[in-house]
Ligand binder design. Sequence first.
Ligand SMILES: NC(=O)c1ccc[n+]([C@@H]2O[C@H](COP(=O)([O-])OP(=O)(O)OC[C@H]3O[C@@H](n4cnc5c(N)ncnc54)[C@H](OP(=O)(O)O)[C@@H]3O)[C@@H](O)[C@H]2O)c1
Length: 365
Amino acid sequence: MGDEVQMARALALAERGRGLCSPNPMVGAVLVRAGAVVGEGWHEGPGNPHAEVVALREAGERALGATLFTTLEPCGHFGRTPPCTGIIIDAGVARAVSAIRDPNPVVDGRGFERLAAAGIKTEWGPLRGEAERQIGAYLKHVRTGLPLVTMKMAASLDGKVAARDGTSRWITGEEARADVHRLRAASDAIVVGAGTALADDPSLTVRDPEYRGAPVLRVLVDARGRVPATGDLFDESAPTLVATTERSAEERRKEWHAAGAEVVSYGSDADLVPLERLFADLGKRDLQAVLLEGGPTLAWTAVRDGLVDRLVVYLAPILIGGRGAPGILEGEGFASVAAAGKVEITRFDRIGRDLKVEADVHRDR
Ligand SMILES: NC(=O)c1ccc[n+]([C@@H]2O[C@H](COP(=O)([O-])OP(=O)(O)OC[C@H]3O[C@@H](n4cnc5c(N)ncnc54)[C@H](OP(=O)(O)O)[C@@H]3O)[C@@H](O)[C@H]2O)c1
């Protein structure tokens, strides 16, 4: 079988670690000898063995002379676990193929250098684009210190996220809503605006039966302290952080604290929470994948300020219409079609009765 087939298998294995690995990257490994797979592995998160070590353990002596396929360059340093390169060399692997170089400064090509110095044939392998997309949040965070921000919205086919009476439950069907829980499960933080918290009282928890990870941080963006601590965002099912400004009343902050939330106040002159600073602060906490769940006022500011990397839009086969019903993005909007934000559609799928559209936001507008 060709290298591409083996790497595709390694990517599929890596995917099993989604939602479990952070702040480590998802990694998959396949060990092949004489055309037969002799070992497979994926990383299950901090403290657990790396994917290549799991594959090597499974292979045992059959690793001798084998080719190792990994979605990410093996590490050559001591972290929470010993360096993988030493284990690969000791096992007698003949050839190592990795889809991407690990930009983490403690690796950054040195993993492959060590393998090559030990006489192992090293090759940057196929499916680099797929591998980079899979661990996009890790890569962005390593390179910039910032999280990868995905904006998710559910809208009617005419682009409305709520009706004029403010109701938005349930625009999309059950399957699409289950898919949102998978998106949440793959995130390190879920962000929502004060308007949505007041209108919908969301709990923003991961309700995916397959999810084995820790509860995901919920972030409420509430500049003036309009949201009381009585809603579901303040239940004990997951940690909550409130991002506010000096405009919120002391009493409200005490209430949030008493409900167990962490409160971060941005003493800016601006009326709103400075999202750029908030996201940078989330990055400093090693939170790499941020899911922005709206509403449309908050989403607009994030898009306008160039803070959104990816979009996931669910389009339902219903029409809402009306000037008073909010669209996916509110705020002032871009002035002309020529000035519009450009995105590239990367995928579309039918999910139950709805359409799921995924896109990357272009930075070079
Ligand atoms: N279908 C969907 O996918 C979906 C998703 C979410 C929401 N919704 C619907 O959307 C509606 C609520 O949306 P909304 O637009 O009224 O509220 P929103 O976007 O959830 O929250 C906006 C509010 O957040 C606060 N805020 C603080 N910092 C901000 C910043 N930097 N940028 C923007 N806002 C900031 C502001 O209030 P303060 O100044 O008081 O802090 C602002 O008014 C509801 O009807 C809800 O059902 C639909």
